[in-house]
Write a protein that binds this ligand. Sequence first.
Ligand code: FAD
Length: 601
Amino acid sequence: MPTYTAPTRDTRFIVNEMLDLASYGNLPGFENASADMIDTVINEAGKFCAEVLHPLNQVGDREGCTRNADGSVTTPTGFKKAFEQYRESGWGTIAQPEEFGGQGMPHVLGFVVEEFMAASNQAFAMYPGLTAGAISAITAKGSDEQKEMYLPKMISGEWTGTMNLTEPHCGTDLGMIRTKAEPQADGSYAITGTKIFISAGEHDMSENIIHLVLAKTPGAPDSSKGISLFIVPKFLPDADGNPGARNGVMCGSIEEKMGIHGNSTCLMNYDSATGWMVGEENKGLAAMFIMMNAARLGVGIQGLAQAEISYQNAVTYALDRRQGRALTGPADPQAQADPIFVHPDVRRMLMDAKAFTEGMRALALWGALQVDLTHKAQTEEEREEADMIISLLTPVIKGYGTDKGYDIANNMQQVYGGHGYIAEWGMEQFVRDSRIAMIYEGTNGVQAMDLCGRKLAHKGGAAIQAFFKTVDEEIASAKADETLKPIAEALDKALTDQKAATMWFMQHAMQNPNDLGAGAHHYMHIMGIVSLGLMWLRMAKVAAARLSQGTDDKAFYEAKLTTARYYADRFIPDAGALRRKIESGAASMMALEADDFATAA
Ligand SMILES: Cc1cc2nc3c(=O)[nH]c(=O)nc-3n(C[C@H](O)[C@H](O)[C@H](O)COP(=O)(O)OP(=O)(O)OC[C@H]3O[C@@H](n4cnc5c(N)ncnc54)[C@H](O)[C@@H]3O)c2cc1C
């Protein structure tokens, strides 16, 4: 049976020491996040996830969700009760606005809770995760009436939310959607169409489900410019705002799938269902993007989370399992064999996981801080800069975070040898569960194109130049310190590779857009490597300072420095190879004709 312990020590290090959240105490909402409150949130959320959610992770995987004859869906044993506990403890309210019943605390703390939940039970975490995305769209684009009607109940967890984009013939290319929205005399719309793969589309954990649905009004342009967004509740709120008449939306079936079995992935039939437009007509995609950007960060955290739980279990196993002898001679001569932990190849996998999870956690929480600063920083300039950085980082956190999260879960399964392939150990579930994060909320191919096709060029390249400047400054200051110098020098090389790859795109993408498409995935990975490198440099800086001041927790800070060096040795050099791949262009990739791919007879 796999176990889970929330990484509270590392989280406190990042929140308190690297980000120094207390230093933002003058900003609205941050004053609530006192040192005691931060500790309480981290410790209590960790406890809830380890004690309540994690024991249901394998149950959810085994049982899955069941669609009943009347179209209702029953979630796995224990999910409903755990959701009640989640709601009563107020875990979903942490970073939500106070005026609608939230606690108004920084998103940094909300992200901490998201990681612990996704690690302990990703399928469960998706129910509140989708709700949070729907809340952000209504908050940003809903009318005052819609906000008052829906936000308090969604924030409290009485009602949950979904996002309905995908249709059988279109997922990435949403301009092709066919779901119709016919205006009604009372100002509502009749929504008709079929949506597929809708996470948490139907379940038994909340008293109402608020679907956010993309649809087209009559005569709307036949492209992404003709999409509008609608609120379609499962039960229409009555005059008192309580669930009333059943709306014309039903779950037609649930999908059999590779992982996250505890989450209901539904085909949803809309049959003249009553809906209300959110925001302006034909501007639905922009509204949905608000929701998707929030959700994309959440999905990036799922990558980190699955890497973390699989890593924790692999470490325990590697210390326990005995096979062979250390290359340098027996480490435990009294025993018949040494723990597999002594073998460099096993250590490689564990160190990769440690360097990725700690670096990725730092990046996700730094990203969360930018989300906070976008809304709460004191000056317009600071707010704009934070917005620019998080827009640039979102596809990296989602795409790089989940590509690597899956790789790490896969490698942690490898640490178990054949036992990793056996269901009882739980490692294969982590691999299966982590796989979806590379696909939904926009595939990672789409994230890469978002980064390279849109974000790099945004405002004449201002965002990427600001990012380069941040990394350059961090490198320059670290080079003056002997302990940090080797890490800074390694990062400097990767940054040079990233700058060169950026320049190469600028010189080639206009003449041949395929050159951009062919290198986008690699560029997203270079940017991931450099971003985590920046985080490792910052973490190493804090660790070196603590060690020189004297500390009771020497082992923790020394391990940070060693892991930073490992990151410099073993992750950063990949940037050079990725740059060369980008610079090889699209020629050989796009040269063959479709017939050339046919299997030879
Ligand atoms: C378990 C699960 C849960 C989901 N939950 C939801 C949900 O809650 N709500 C919802 O609306 N949807 C949901 N989805 C749908 C998911 O978001 C889509 O599957 C995903 O966006 C990809 O769309 P698609 O499957 O149609 O693939 P396609 O769009 O057909 O893509 C196929 C391949 O082509 C690539 N591709 C397509 N277009 C481009 C392009 N322009 N440039 C480069 N590459 C391209 C893609 O990267 C991919 O590799 C879920 C899916 C699953 C499996």
